[in-house]
Design a protein around this ligand. Structure first.
Ligand code: C6P
Length: 619
């Protein structure tokens, strides 16, 4: 295909120019283990907010007593491997060191408790938790025998006591730097299903496609973990090809949510009772799953948000407002989802900065030379997608980040469409921020994460104010926690964060690289089969693509095609995919988009192609 060297588009959005719409010219060329129930002072005073200094002194005194007290008892059989830290049963409430001769209430293994304000303390720890039902596991054949107290889903991580809290080290405790954390032990009660084993040696049903077996992966086995795939829609087998919009959830995630609500549900970081400790452990354990999934250096670098949209808005508001000024330049690409356009436009409008757009060629690939020409001394930020949701293009993110860094710009990587298709290593990519949504990677909706380099996060002001993110509030002033809590104001989506952790653990067990290899085969198969449909135009023909087959059908409206496919039980998305600029780059307002996940098979694509043939011949 031809590759026009069209010039870069440029949006000038000075504060005085406030367009209601933005036009981009067509063809322009995207102490370990110590449970800090210390804050709870048996019989202690309730402390009014207006006395922060007295409160600080009080807490510091009790905290000091706590940390000179003997460590909590070591639970036999604990999964904890550290010799430095007293072991705590996974997910179980932690018996804290006695204060004043009385046992403190159970506290999260992560050391969160802000029970200071409670006027009285129980004279003994609460009764043991009711016996937990045998927890569900993602592998029905796996024995599951948790102890009554131990959530099978939490990991024995620890929070540092009184680390670098700064102003008021009383209530919550900084996340351990993972390099010093005890090695993670898999939850003893739920050995991971051995996907590699399960998927070995299963012959593909399309041998001509190449060896699916070579990936050690069988989609037919994987499908059994997704109950929704047994649904019938309009009397037909459900063919779910709308994965770029949202992925389906494996049994492991469904079970994890159920377990949370049946055994752990509580608010987190802020109570002295057993369920708060369980919920806090589950939530913080999920944060560590995110860290491992994207290879971030520390859990301190992971902020939970609602999803990619909220994550990018967080960066635009918190980092952007503090660092972008009139005349600065922000570079995005023509491939971006609206979530990676609009927040930057808003920032430009507020600050007088200028938005620039890196062009793509006729295959939907970034024109690197044109991108590099956009970079200069005024470039303060580059924000790009790793995979286009509308075309499937995989951008040369590493190269683009490197180029941006040569000009001193900060780089945001939108990983929404990447995380389910390819391994992500934020340290190898060297992006400054990375954002993704859980629901696109087999986790629930309403939860996602922002990774940020530590120095950037620490220098950023909070973007929302409220509970959970403060270390002290008076009517005169407020001091904030460090990251990540500084950016998690209010009660978050606790259960779904736990579900996200379960989804990522599940995917890591399968191996994202295995998924990527398999989907690559599937994409090639689908592309070839779709080419047989009369009047079909593929939109997005990049050399490197992931997961997306976007097309138009001559003589058919995309929404009608979507409706007709639905009649056949086939779910695709038709429309502009919240990426209008890139579709207009190809002269269309909408496409039909089939998007892939590892549970899709050649049969799914055959069903799609057969239905499209029928549509085109009017049957
Ligand atoms: N794309 C799609 O059907 P949220 O909605 O916050 O989870 O994700 C926003 C987003 C950001 N970037 C990219 C590349 C995306 O694909 C999306 C979401 C969905 O393509 C819903 S519009």
């Amino acid at each position: 295909m031809s590759t026009p060297e069209s010039g870069p588009g440029e949006l000038r959005l000075g504060a005085s120019q406030v367009p209601t719409t933005t036009e981009i010219p067509r063809g322009t060329a995207p102490t370990p283990g110590v449970a800090l129930a210390a804050a709870r002072v048996p019989g202690g005073p309730s402390v009014p907010d207006a006395e922060p200094i007295a409160l600080t002194a009080l807490i510091q005194r009790y905290a000091n007593e706590l940390f000179t007290a003997p460590p909590a008892s070591v639970a036999p059989g604990s999964a904890t491997t550290s010799t430095a830290a007293p072991a705590v049963p996974v997910g179980a409430p932690v018996a804290s060191a006695p204060l004043g001769g009385e046992a403190s209430p159970p506290t999260s293994a992560f050391g969160f408790s802000d029970a200071i304000a409670l006027p009285t303390a129980p004279s003994a720890p609460p009764a043991a938790a009711p016996p937990a039902a045998a927890p569900p596991t993602s592998a029905p054949t796996t024995p599951a025998a948790p102890s009554a107290d131990a959530s099978p889903f939490t990991s024995p991580l620890r929070f540092d006591a009184l680390g670098d809290l700064g102003a008021l080290p009383l209530i919550s405790f900084p996340l351990l730097d993972d390099t010093s954390a005890p090695a993670l032990a898999p939850p003893a009660a739920t050995p991971a299903p051995d996907h590699a084993l399960a998927y070995e040696l299963v012959p593909t049903d399309r041998p001509s496609l190449g060896p699916v077996t070579g990936t050690g992966f069988d989609p037919h086995v994987l499908r059994r973990e997704f109950p929704i795939l047994n649904e019938r829609v309009n009397g037909k087998r459900l063919v779910w090809l709308d994965n770029a919009a949202t992925t389906q959830k494996p049994q492991a995630v469904i079970d994890r949510l159920k377990y949370f609500y049946e055994h752990e549900n509580s608010n987190i970081h802020r109570a002295a009772h057993t369920l708060a400790a369980r919920a806090t452990d589950a939530y913080e354990s999920a944060r560590d799953s995110v860290r491992r999934f994207i290879n971030a250096p520390s859990v301190k670098d992971i902020v939970f948000v609602r999803g990619t949209t909220e994550g990018i808005n967080l960066i635009a508001q918190a980092w952007g407002r503090a660092n972008v000024k009139a005349g600065d330049e922000i570079v995005i690409t023509h491939l971006e989802h609206h979530a990676n356009i609009v927040p930057w436009q808003q920032l430009c409008l507020a600050t007088g900065a200028v938005l620039k757009v890196a062009p793509v060629d006729d295959d939907g690939q970034i024109i690197l030379a044109a991108y590099e020409q956009l970079l200069g001394p005024k470039t303060v930020l580059v924000s790009l997608t790793q995979v286009s949701n509308a075309l499937g293009t995989i951008t040369p993110a590493r190269e683009m980040i490197e180029a941006a860094h040569r000009h001193g710009a900060v780089v945001v990587l939108d990983g929404a469409q990447a995380v389910s298709h390819m391994p992500v290593d934020v340290q190898a990519l060297d992006c400054d921020f990375f954002v993704f949504s859980g629901h696109k990677v087999f986790a629930p909706t309403g939860i996602g994460a922002v990774y940020g380099k530590r120095a950037l996060l620490e220098a950023m002001p909070p973007w929302q104010g409220g509970g959970n993110m403060i270390s002290d509030v008076t009517f005169e002033r407020t001091t904030f926690h460090g990251p990540p809590m500084r950016f998690e104001a209010g009660t978050g989506n606790i259960a779904d964060a736990v579900g996200l952790g379960a989804a990522l653990d599940w995917l890591m067990r399968i191996g994202v690289a295995n998924v990527g290899h398999y989907e690559h085969e599937l994409l090639g198969y689908g592309t070839a089969r779709l080419a047989t449909v009369p009047g079909l135009r593929m939109i997005g023909t990049a050399r490197d693509k992931a997961g997306v087959l976007s097309f138009t059908l001559a003589g058919q409206k995309t929404e009608q095609v979507g409706g007709m496919l639905d009649q056949e039980g086939i779910a695709v998305r038709s429309g502009h995919h919240c990426a209008q600029p890139i579709l207009r780059r190809f002269g269309v307002e909408a496409t039909v988009r089939a998007s892939l996940a590892p549970y899709n098979t050649c049969d799914d694509l055959d069903a799609l192609v057969a239905a499209l043939h029928r549509i085109q011949v009017g049957r």
